[in-house]
Design a protein around this ligand. Structure first.
Ligand code: 4NP
Length: 159
Protein backbone atom coordinates (compact mmCIF):
# COMPACT_ATOMS: atom_id res chain seq x y z
CA UNK A 1 0.00 0.00 0.00
CA UNK A 2 1.13 3.53 -0.76
CA UNK A 3 1.82 6.10 1.95
CA UNK A 4 0.53 9.48 0.85
CA UNK A 5 2.05 12.68 2.22
CA UNK A 6 0.52 16.14 1.81
CA UNK A 7 2.78 19.13 2.57
CA UNK A 8 0.97 22.33 3.52
CA UNK A 9 2.04 25.98 3.83
CA UNK A 10 0.22 29.30 3.39
CA UNK A 11 0.37 30.10 -0.35
CA UNK A 12 1.49 26.70 -1.77
CA UNK A 13 4.02 28.53 -3.95
CA UNK A 14 7.20 28.46 -1.82
CA UNK A 15 7.66 25.99 1.05
CA UNK A 16 5.20 23.16 0.45
CA UNK A 17 5.78 22.68 -3.32
CA UNK A 18 9.52 22.65 -2.58
CA UNK A 19 8.98 19.99 0.12
CA UNK A 20 6.92 17.98 -2.39
CA UNK A 21 9.65 18.26 -5.05
CA UNK A 22 12.41 17.30 -2.60
CA UNK A 23 10.54 14.26 -1.24
CA UNK A 24 9.65 13.11 -4.76
CA UNK A 25 13.31 13.40 -5.76
CA UNK A 26 14.45 11.38 -2.71
CA UNK A 27 11.72 8.77 -3.25
CA UNK A 28 12.73 8.32 -6.91
CA UNK A 29 16.42 8.09 -5.98
CA UNK A 30 15.53 5.34 -3.48
CA UNK A 31 13.30 3.46 -5.96
CA UNK A 32 10.25 3.86 -3.69
CA UNK A 33 7.82 5.46 -6.19
CA UNK A 34 5.36 2.59 -5.80
CA UNK A 35 5.35 3.02 -2.00
CA UNK A 36 5.42 6.76 -1.26
CA UNK A 37 3.53 9.63 -2.91
CA UNK A 38 3.82 13.38 -2.27
CA UNK A 39 1.53 16.33 -2.98
CA UNK A 40 1.15 19.85 -1.57
CA UNK A 41 -1.50 22.49 -0.84
CA UNK A 42 -1.94 25.87 0.83
CA UNK A 43 -4.33 27.22 3.45
CA UNK A 44 -4.79 30.39 1.34
CA UNK A 45 -6.25 30.16 -2.19
CA UNK A 46 -4.87 33.46 -3.56
CA UNK A 47 -2.19 31.77 -5.69
CA UNK A 48 -4.29 28.80 -6.87
CA UNK A 49 -3.24 27.54 -10.30
CA UNK A 50 0.20 29.16 -10.17
CA UNK A 51 3.57 27.49 -10.51
CA UNK A 52 5.90 27.91 -7.51
CA UNK A 53 7.41 31.39 -6.96
CA UNK A 54 10.27 31.96 -9.48
CA UNK A 55 12.70 32.65 -6.59
CA UNK A 56 11.93 29.22 -5.13
CA UNK A 57 12.05 27.53 -8.54
CA UNK A 58 15.51 29.01 -9.19
CA UNK A 59 16.86 28.15 -5.73
CA UNK A 60 15.48 24.60 -5.97
CA UNK A 61 16.83 24.12 -9.52
CA UNK A 62 20.34 24.97 -8.28
CA UNK A 63 20.02 21.93 -5.98
CA UNK A 64 18.63 19.69 -8.74
CA UNK A 65 14.88 19.90 -7.96
CA UNK A 66 12.38 20.68 -10.72
CA UNK A 67 9.22 22.20 -9.19
CA UNK A 68 6.17 21.86 -11.46
CA UNK A 69 3.29 21.75 -8.94
CA UNK A 70 0.28 24.03 -9.51
CA UNK A 71 -0.94 25.71 -6.33
CA UNK A 72 -4.23 24.65 -4.77
CA UNK A 73 -6.02 25.12 -1.48
CA UNK A 74 -6.27 22.26 1.03
CA UNK A 75 -9.73 20.58 1.11
CA UNK A 76 -11.45 18.60 3.85
CA UNK A 77 -11.31 15.49 1.60
CA UNK A 78 -7.51 15.67 1.80
CA UNK A 79 -7.75 14.38 5.38
CA UNK A 80 -9.18 11.13 3.99
CA UNK A 81 -6.99 10.93 0.88
CA UNK A 82 -3.63 11.39 2.71
CA UNK A 83 -1.91 9.46 5.50
CA UNK A 84 0.07 12.41 6.83
CA UNK A 85 -0.33 16.15 6.53
CA UNK A 86 2.94 17.95 7.16
CA UNK A 87 2.76 21.70 7.89
CA UNK A 88 5.51 24.32 7.94
CA UNK A 89 4.64 26.66 10.84
CA UNK A 90 2.24 27.27 13.74
CA UNK A 91 -0.24 29.30 11.68
CA UNK A 92 -0.47 26.47 9.13
CA UNK A 93 -0.94 24.02 12.01
CA UNK A 94 -3.83 25.99 13.47
CA UNK A 95 -5.54 26.52 10.12
CA UNK A 96 -5.22 22.88 9.09
CA UNK A 97 -6.29 21.66 12.54
CA UNK A 98 -9.43 23.81 12.34
CA UNK A 99 -10.32 22.13 9.04
CA UNK A 100 -9.87 18.54 10.33
CA UNK A 101 -13.19 16.63 10.10
CA UNK A 102 -12.43 14.40 13.12
CA UNK A 103 -9.99 13.80 15.96
CA UNK A 104 -8.47 10.88 14.02
CA UNK A 105 -7.92 13.17 11.05
CA UNK A 106 -6.32 15.82 13.28
CA UNK A 107 -3.88 13.11 14.41
CA UNK A 108 -2.48 13.02 10.87
CA UNK A 109 -1.05 16.54 11.21
CA UNK A 110 2.72 16.86 11.80
CA UNK A 111 5.22 19.72 11.65
CA UNK A 112 8.04 19.52 9.11
CA UNK A 113 10.53 20.28 11.87
CA UNK A 114 9.36 17.13 13.77
CA UNK A 115 11.47 15.26 11.21
CA UNK A 116 14.55 17.51 11.39
CA UNK A 117 17.17 15.72 13.46
CA UNK A 118 19.93 18.35 13.39
CA UNK A 119 18.19 21.73 13.41
CA UNK A 120 16.51 22.87 16.64
CA UNK A 121 14.06 25.11 14.76
CA UNK A 122 10.36 24.60 15.41
CA UNK A 123 9.10 26.00 12.09
CA UNK A 124 10.09 26.40 8.45
CA UNK A 125 9.87 30.22 8.19
CA UNK A 126 7.90 31.97 5.46
CA UNK A 127 10.47 33.17 2.88
CA UNK A 128 8.04 35.29 0.82
CA UNK A 129 9.26 38.66 2.07
CA UNK A 130 12.86 37.53 2.58
CA UNK A 131 15.95 37.63 0.37
CA UNK A 132 17.85 34.71 -1.16
CA UNK A 133 19.09 33.53 2.28
CA UNK A 134 15.46 32.94 3.32
CA UNK A 135 14.95 30.55 0.41
CA UNK A 136 18.24 28.75 1.08
CA UNK A 137 17.31 28.30 4.76
CA UNK A 138 13.93 26.86 3.73
CA UNK A 139 15.59 24.39 1.37
CA UNK A 140 18.13 23.36 4.03
CA UNK A 141 15.30 22.63 6.49
CA UNK A 142 13.16 20.86 3.91
CA UNK A 143 16.03 18.62 2.82
CA UNK A 144 16.72 17.74 6.45
CA UNK A 145 13.04 17.14 7.20
CA UNK A 146 12.40 15.05 4.08
CA UNK A 147 15.42 12.90 4.89
CA UNK A 148 14.08 12.29 8.42
CA UNK A 149 10.55 11.65 7.16
CA UNK A 150 11.74 9.20 4.51
CA UNK A 151 13.86 7.31 7.07
CA UNK A 152 10.87 7.05 9.38
CA UNK A 153 8.60 5.76 6.60
CA UNK A 154 11.24 3.22 5.59
CA UNK A 155 11.67 1.95 9.16
CA UNK A 156 7.91 1.67 9.63
CA UNK A 157 7.46 -0.41 6.53
CA UNK A 158 10.00 -2.90 7.97
CA UNK A 159 7.87 -3.44 11.15
P1 4NP B 1 4.43 29.84 1.12
O1 4NP B 1 4.87 31.38 0.97
O2 4NP B 1 3.36 29.82 2.19
O3 4NP B 1 5.68 29.15 1.55
O4 4NP B 1 3.91 29.43 -0.25
C1 4NP B 1 3.97 32.43 0.79
C2 4NP B 1 3.38 32.63 -0.44
C3 4NP B 1 2.52 33.69 -0.63
C4 4NP B 1 2.25 34.56 0.42
C5 4NP B 1 2.82 34.35 1.65
C6 4NP B 1 3.68 33.28 1.84
N1 4NP B 1 1.37 35.68 0.21
O5 4NP B 1 1.23 36.49 1.15
O6 4NP B 1 0.79 35.82 -0.86
Amino acid sequence: MKTKILFVCLGNICRSPAAEGILRHMVARSGLEDRIEADSAGTYAGHAGELPDPRMRRAAARRGYDLTHRARRIRREDFHAFDRIVVMDDANYENVHRLAPSRDCAGKIFRMTDFCRRSARTCVPDPYYEGDEGFELVLDLLEEGCEGLLDELRNRSRD
